[in-house]
Design a protein around this ligand. Structure first.
Ligand SMILES: Cc1cc2nc3c(=O)[nH]c(=O)nc-3n(C[C@H](O)[C@H](O)[C@H](O)COP(=O)(O)OP(=O)(O)OC[C@H]3O[C@@H](n4cnc5c(N)ncnc54)[C@H](O)[C@@H]3O)c2cc1C
Length: 552
């Protein structure tokens, strides 16, 4: 596979040489660095790269150039390099223009000149941009191969697990890719063996469980210590934030995550309202940054393990792992978030994982290239998914029960959906049935006012219809409301529930009915259901853990 390319564009010979040299020193081994000295020259070079099927990872352009500004050039470059990261080199006076370009042309970053020393001012920025690019283009760096059927639910789960754990992989469809068929033959694989997962220097995995896969990839799946200060259940934003604060403050910390770190936020294509990221950032980017922080502070993270039970043993709290094993800790933070509610319609369960999916990963979008896609739901998560899928789908149809989106979705998303020619919204409509032989082929939509039924061809349905908390594993000891959300703090003392709280002192703000067990994020009753609030509650839970441990 050829090296991906970084293109520099600058008419000033000194600046041009400096940026090209600095990029070559650090990234030359992995990327080809191509220097151009004007916008038109850069566009010609980019067109040639397209013809040679050479991927472009980054374009670093100076804003002030006489024939064509950096922003004008980058805007045109999108056609040739739709997925490249854009870095604009600017003078202080151009800051306003650069900020506008974030929205107008999808500029990823602007860097004020000069960038000395590059170790502090250039490389951290470019490292981040290239990391993002690599994760969006696993094919170019990947050695893991997954061979399976396009409509197999198990193949989907394996791909989902790899993508969400940031393991680059190459997908080979047995029916469409010759190499896929060849590998199946070479492995003498039977249909029941699919998907095959080929990991370099290791035996081929046949229809692996998530735990097998995680172990083969070298991910940690078992705790190392007999007892921790704090065990965090769930590796979404709340759990990861709690891990960062707990470990950085010296608590021995373990996080248990059943799927992949990042939680719901990890599936978001663009989180635009998280403080400090004016251009927004993808859930996968946020997750990676968080994982790096968690490991830097020394918290342990156990993956692909499901917590299925909880016990109180005197001062020790224990969580029971599915399969076998348990983790003991002096305090527990419940950060297990919420899971999508199931859509109740004829035929849906049989086709789930075979064209029907709950939630959508940003990485699902390229699969729907050129096809019609249906999205059920009217909240922000459905809106974000519709916009992301519309970048690849021929058409996205949003199926919405109510007569408007504005009551349930942020205005900025509604505006983009309405403006998008690729998205159609069918208001006052429900999915009544799904049909297909082995995978989704058609949906029955019903007009809620007239009762008129419409049978439409469909291969893809993504469902976002609200969520219920993942708290069954807590057992009866930890008090929840009738929908399963964990009740914390002063809410526990309300008369009808007071029997749950055993101590003379009042519970701390995020403490549950079991002292020393705290809840943070979406799983908690009356939480805000946002990334920022989950992160805030994760951090605050650690402060309360300290107070609790000081009294025991
Ligand atoms: C598609 C989408 C887009 C979104 N976009 C935005 C946005 O732009 N801005 C915003 O502010 N919010 C957004 N949200 C909401 C935001 O993602 C959530 O509020 C946030 O992720 C909640 O974090 P959490 O850690 O509380 O829970 P979650 O993110 O739900 O994480 C919980 C984690 O716990 C794990 N887990 C659950 N049960 C167990 C168990 N028994 N054992 C082990 N692990 C377990 C799960 O696998 C999961 O990883 C979006 C949500 C979705 C679905």
């Amino acid at each position: 596979m050829s090296k991906p390319t970084i293109v520099t564009v600058d008419d000033d010979p000194l600046v041009s040489e400096a940026i090209t040299r600095d990029l070559r020193v650090r990234y030359g081994a992995e990327f080809r660095i191509v220097r151009t000295t004007s916008g038109p020259e850069a566009l010609t070079v980019l067109a040639e790269l397209v013809l040679k099927d050479r991927p472009v990872a980054l374009i670093a352009a100076d804003q002030r150039m006489p024939r064509m500004t950096g922003i004008e050039m980058l805007e045109q470059a999108r056609v040739h390099a739709p997925d490249a990261k854009f870095l604009l080199l600017t003078a202080y006076a151009d800051t306003d223009v650069a900020i506008r370009a974030i929205n107008d042309i999808g500029l990823d970053y602007y860097l004020l000149k000069p960038w000395d020393p590059p170790d502090e001012r250039l490389y951290p920025v470019v490292d981040d941009l290239l990391d993002d690019w690599r994760h969006e283009h696993p094919d170019h760096t990947s050695d893991v191969r997954v061979v399976g059927h396009r409509w197999s639910d198990r193949s989907h789960e394996v791909k989902n697990f790899l993508a969400r754990n940031h393991v680059p992989y190459r997908w080979l469809d047995v029916e469409r890719d010759d190499e896929g068929g060849r590998l199946v033959e070479l492995a003498h694989a039977e249909p029941a063996d699919l998907p095959l997962v080929l990991v370099p220097d290791a035996e081929t995995l046949r229809a692996p469980t998530t735990l097998d896969l995680a172990e083969r990839l070298g991910l940690r799946t078992r705790p190392e210590q007999p007892l921790y200060d704090v065990c965090i259940v769930g590796g979404g934003p709340a759990g990861l934030a709690a891990a960062v604060y707990a470990a950085s403050e010296g608590l021995s910390t373990i996080v248990v995550e059943r799927e992949a770190p990042g939680g719901q936020a990890g599936q978001s294509a663009a989180i635009e309202n998280y403080l400090g990221f004016p251009k927004g950032l993808s859930g996968s980017d946020l997750t990676q940054r968080a994982i790096a922080q968690v490991s830097r502070f020394g918290a342990e993270m156990v993956l692909a393990r499901d917590v299925v039970g909880f016990e109180t043993r005197g001062p020790v709290r224990a969580v029971v792992l599915g399969g076998s094993g348990e983790i003991e800790a002096r305090a527990v933070i419940v950060a297990s978030g919420v899971a999508y509610r199931r859509l109740d319609a004829d035929g849906l369960d049989d086709l789930t994982g075979r064209g029907i999916y709950y939630g959508a990963n940003a990485t699902d979008a390229p699969q729907v290239e050129g096809e019609d896609v249906y999205v059920v739901g009217a909240a922000n998560s459905a809106g974000q998914a519709a916009l992301n899928l519309s970048r690849h789908a021929k058409r996205v149809v949003m199926v919405v029960r109510s007569g408007t989106l504005t009551d349930t979705m942020s205005r900025y998303l509604v505006e983009r959906i309405v403006a998008s020619p690729a998205i159609e919204v069918r208001y006052r409509t429900e999915v009544a049935a799904a049909r297909g032989d082995g995978h989704l082929e058609s949906l029955t939509l019903v007009d809620r006012d007239t009762g008129v039924r419409d049978e439409v061809d469909a291969s893809w349905l993504f469902v976002f219809i609200g969520a219920s908390p993942r708290t069954e594993w807590l057992g009866p000891g930890v008090v929840r409301n009738d929908r399963g959300f964990v009740i914390t703090g002063q809410d526990l003392l309300r008369e009808e529930r007071s029997s749950g709280w055993p101590l003379a002192r009042s519970p701390y703000a995020l403490e549950t009915s079991v002292p020393g067990v705290f809840a943070a994020g979406d799983v908690r009753l009356d939480s805000m259901k946002r990334v920022a609030s989950a992160v805030g509650e994760g951090a605050m839970a650690v402060y309360l853990v300290h107070r609790y441990l000081a009294t025991t």
